[in-house]
Every structure is written in C-alpha cells, then in structure tokens.
Design a protein. Structure first.
Length: 382
C-alpha cells in the first residue's frame, strides 16, 4: 500500500527486485486512479443511486401496503355483504314459510296464499310450440318473437306482484325499514323457492347508483328452468338425429344386399322393429324451433321476473326524479353453449352500449342477445 503518486515506481521497483521478466512486467496493469474532482463526482453519483434505491424500495413497500390494504378492504366489504345477504335471506324466508300440500282439497298453500305447480316445459317450450302452430308457414321467426315477448310480459307482471306481496308480508311482520339492497337480495329467495333457479349476485362490479350512465348490476342464474328445458330439447334432437341416421344406414345396407329399393327396405325394417317408423321420421319443425331459439338466450321469463321485481325494488322518488328506467337482459345462456346463464341490469337508454362493452370485455363480440325479447325497444315501463 502506498500513495497514489508513488504507485507506479513502487510496483516497478518491486518487480525488478524480485527478478520478474519483462514479459511479466508488461502484463501488470496499474489501475488509473480517480482525481479529487472525479472522486467527488463518483461519491455524489453513489449517493444519488443509494437514494433512488431507497426511494424505489419505499415505493415498492407502499405499493405492497396499498395492495394489502385494498385486499383487506375488499375482504371486509365482502364479509359485510355476506352478513347482509344472510340477514336478508332470513327476513324473506318468512314469506315462503309454512308450506302445506293438501292433495285431498287440491290446494298448495304457502302461508295463506294459494300456489300452483306448472311444468317448466309446458310454460316455456310448450307454449312457444303452441303459438308457432297459430302462425302461417312463412312467419315462424315472428311467432318465436311473439311467444318470447308474451312470456317476458307474463313473468314481468308476476315479478312485480310477487315483490309487492313479499314487502307487504314483511311489513306486517314489522320489517318496514328494508334497504333496496336487502330487497334486491330477496329476489334470490323468490327464485329459489319458486323453482326458477339459483341466483348469484356479483357485488364486486355492482354500481347501484340512481344515474342512467352509472347503474349496473350483474348476476348469474344456476339451474334456470328455461335453459334446462331447451338444453334437454337439443339433446333429444341430437339423439333423434343419430337414430334416424342409423335407420337410414341400415335401410341402405339392406337395399344393397337384397336388391331392394330404399322404400321396400324401410318397410321391412318397420316390420322387424316397430320403433323404426318413429326413428325414420324427422321433426323438421321441432328441429327448426330448437335451432331458431338456440341463436339467442332463452331465459326470457327469468329475465322478465327479475326485471319486474328489481324495477319495483329500485323504484323510489330519487329514481323517478332522475327518470331511471331499468331493464334486465340475459347476455349468456347455457342453452346457447355458455357455462352459465348471466344477466345484466342497467338503464334502458344505456343497454345497447353496456351490452356491447360487456361482451367485448368477455371476447364475445360475435354473440349478441336478441333484445327484442326484453322490453327494451318499447315505451317506458310502468
């Protein structure tokens, strides 16, 4: 170790005294030393770098704390909503308590209210088929539209009257201060008890603000009775198509092997198997109906019921003053190949842009629900 000024001569003398050759001497490199000015600059740069590192660590720590804080806030919010949901469901359970099935008297009573059982297929697909028969051959698509329009309006009326009945029942039991959010959760109880399906509300994206541009609610419906009916119809159609193909192939093989015409082969198969005539027939109207309906979500009654119920739920003086007219539209359906039935509720004036934005975010821009079924294009709902 020596001073910077003595570094080169000291190293040279040391190498000479140790009898190192010229070749080794040439390989020894004396590092260039910083001047006083360079040293000051280096020190400043080092301090600045340390400050940046400390600042970066601080920002990273704060970001992590913010994330944890947001996560804790979301968890606390979700916990509160879960508690609120349980309380609301407990309140509305009183509406559907005390069920009595009196087969002898021919009554189904829920409390003191008479109820009726209707097969889901008869109310959805069966009614559509009945209306389809009333329309001429070239107006099948209009018939489906008319049928779904009717089903929506019917369910819409039921939803509104069921809401009034539920609130009246709760009022008589002393529940007079229910928040709209609690009333909204009551829809879940209504759907579950009436066999319409199981609702799951998306509270994370919900924005229940009484403003046309901001109001948004999304919910899923598991085991929708309507989608279940149409999914089964599609399965039966597929099975019938496969059976018909089997009969056709068997008839062709028989005709080729025995030198018969196809008609003769079909007749022999019909004699051998009584089910063959039915398998041979192809229900074009039924297939066309399933294919026509399968282009768009089918849960129009569920949408109508939810629309009627939730319109009443959120219809207060503030909503009336701001001319807020809400509508429920199904944007995904199990009957059209989606994993679950999904609905959104927003202002009628914003429904088209909301659906387009929503489907774009879901990468489903090629799929668009038939909004004609959902009371969107008509005058303001009463």
């Amino acid at each position: 170790m020596c001073s910077p000024e003595r570094a080169k001569p000291t190293v040279k003398n040391y190498l000479t005294s140790q009898n190192f050759g010229e070749e080794i001497k040439a390989k020894v490199q004396i590092p260039s030393l910083l001047s006083v000015e360079d040293a000051d600059t280096y020190e400043e740069a080092r301090k600045e770098m340390n400050q940046k590192q400390k600042r970066g660590l601080f920002e990273k720590k704060m970001k992590l704390l913010n994330q944890n804080g947001k996560k804790e806030e979301e968890e606390a919010k979700e916990k509160k909503l879960n508690v609120l949901e349980k309380k609301s469901l407990h309140y509305f359970s009183a509406v559907y308590a005390e069920r009595r099935y009196n087969m002898k008297e021919g009554q189904v009573l829920v409390g003191d209210e008479p109820y009726v059982f209707i097969r889901g297929k008869a109310l959805s697909k069966g009614l559509v088929e009945l209306i389809l028969e009333m329309f001429p051959e070239g107006r099948k698509s209009q018939a489906v539209e008319f049928a779904f329009d009717f089903l929506f309006d019917l369910a819409h009326s039921i939803g509104k009257t069921d809401y009034k009945h539920a609130i009246h029942k709760l009022t008589t039991k002393g529940r007079t201060d229910l928040h709209p959010l609690k009333k909204m959760i009551g829809l879940k109880k209504a759907f579950g008890n009436l066999g319409w399906g199981a609702i799951r509300f998306d509270f994370k994206t919900a924005n229940l603000v009484y403003a046309k541009e901001q109001f948004f609610l999304r919910f899923w419906l598991d085991n929708s009775f309507e989608s279940s009916v149409w999914v089964k119809a599609r399965q039966k159609q597929h099975e019938a198509e496969e059976a018909r193909k089997e009969v056709e192939e068997a008839a062709q093989e028989m005709a080729k092997a025995k030198g018969l015409t196809l008609e003769e082969a079909y007749k022999k198969l019909e004699k051998a198997n009584k089910a063959a005539p039915n398998k041979r027939k192809h229900d074009h109207d039924g297939c066309n109906l399933v294919n026509e309906v399968g282009k768009s979500p089918v849960c129009v009654m569920c949408a109508g019921y939810a629309n009627g119920y939730l319109q009443k739920c959120f219809k207060n003086k503030e909503a009336k003053d701001r001319d807020l007219d809400l509508v429920v539209v199904e944007v995904a359906c199990q009957a059209t190949g989606h994993p679950a039935c999904e609905f959104i509720m927003c202002s009628k004036n914003m429904v088209l842009s909301t659906i387009k934005t929503y489907l774009k975010e879901k990468n489903q821009s090629t799929f668009f629900p038939n909004i004609k079924y959902y009371n969107v294009m008509r005058k303001k709902s009463k």
